[in-house]
Design a binder for this molecule. Structure first.
Ligand SMILES: NCc1[nH]cc(CCC(=O)O)c1CC(=O)O
Length: 327
């Protein structure tokens, strides 16, 4: 890095590292076209990550979110790529030394969607039905909803793979219904597969769901400057509050944790409401669900709201994975 003043308007030649699933490529191409429209020359570098290769085991058992980003970070480290586009939901809370989350873009629909050709919603599932999902968050929230309905006959079975794989497994008849992020389906033009979107009251989304994050090496200030126009402040503050909850709770794929922030009116000027839900992975405590509302005008206030919600979760009995559970 030299100390010369960077000309923020000068066109850059940049390479985006991306996973090769259809959704990851859509997201990388989306960023590519936005940057191209601003005069930059943008290439894509597609790569397969460990998370893409391991399809037979639940992600929570094999190492969590980092699995989808490590190879991309190595490409950034080695200078083979300049930026990596991620679903924010899949990004670890703590990035390795030298990397930063440089840009959060406007969020797509953050909600979860019910996909099924046999039944319109949870309420109309046939006896002994099978729902597919491998997300511990979705499992815990679905179990709570099924319990409310008195449906102890319904089974929840693991379902992994990228969006197309999961839809194919549904179509092959392995499940009566599956639950997926609405954002991914909409981005891939598969909105017609959505039978119903869950309200956050029914199925609270994961931290960052529906938002895209761009990761860079911290020393690439000229790249950060080129990305600045793509950032969406209302989304950034909302997901900062959500991610503060995940960070404090040690959030990973191995913990059923939901955190969802929504502006109560006009984004940025209205209060921000942050909801969180924590499920005991061992089923020893019932679901803990809390929320708080605050005026949030900057990152510090967003994180403070996150902290407030963490306190409420702890008061309700939520613990970090490493914390011993009181007898
Ligand atoms: N865990 C995989 C993943 N990561 C991001 C999305 C969807 C898009 C998004 O949330 O931005 C999905 C699929 C899903 O959860 O159904």
């Amino acid at each position: 890095m030299n100390d010369a003043v960077t000309d923020h308007n000068s066109p850059l030649s940049l390479t985006i590292a991306t996973r090769e699933s259809r959704l990851a490529l859509w997201q990388a191409e989306h960023v590519q076209s936005l940057l191209r429209a601003r005069g930059h020359a943008i290439e894509l570098l597609g790569m397969t990550t460990r998370g893409d290769q391991i399809l037979d085991r639940s992600l929570s058992k094999v190492g969590g979110k980092g699995l989808f980003v490590k190879e991309l970070e190595v490409a950034l480290e080695q200078g083979r790529a300049d930026l990596a586009v991620h679903s924010l939901k899949d990004m670890p809370m703590e990035l390795p030394e030298g990397f930063e989350l440089a840009c959060v873009m406007e969020r797509e629909d953050p909600r979860d969607a019910w996909v099924s050709s046999v039944c319109a919603d949870l309420e109309s599932l046939p006896q002994d039905a099978v729902i597919g999902t491998s997300s511990l968050r979705r499992v815990v929230l679905l179990r709570a909803a099924l319990e409310r309905l008195g449906r102890d006959d319904v089974k929840i079975e693991p379902l992994r793979g990228n969006l197309d794989t999961r839809l194919r497994k549904l179509d092959e008849g392995g499940y009566h219904a599956i639950v997926l992020a609405a954002a991914g389906l909409k981005r891939l033009g598969l909105e017609s597969r959505i039978r119903k979107v869950f309200s956050p009251e029914e199925m609270l989304p994961a931290a960052g769901q529906g938002a895209l994050g761009i990761e860079l090496r911290q020393d690439r200030t000229e790249v950060a400057a080129a990305l600045a126009p793509l950032a969406h402040r209302a989304t950034w503050l909302a997901v900062a509050a959500e991610r503060a909850v995940s960070r404090a709770m040690g959030g990973s794929c191995s913990m059923p944790l939901a955190a969802h922030a929504s502006w109560q009116g006009e984004p940025l000027t209205s209060p921000l409401r942050l909801d969180a839900a924590w499920g005991d992975p061992d089923g020893r405590i019932a679901l803990v669900r809390v929320h708080a509302v605050a005026s949030v005008t900057g990152l510090d206030a967003a994180e403070a709201l996150g902290q407030q919600v963490v306190e409420l979760l702890r008061q309700g009995g939520a613990t970090r994975p490493a914390d011993p559970i009181a007898p």
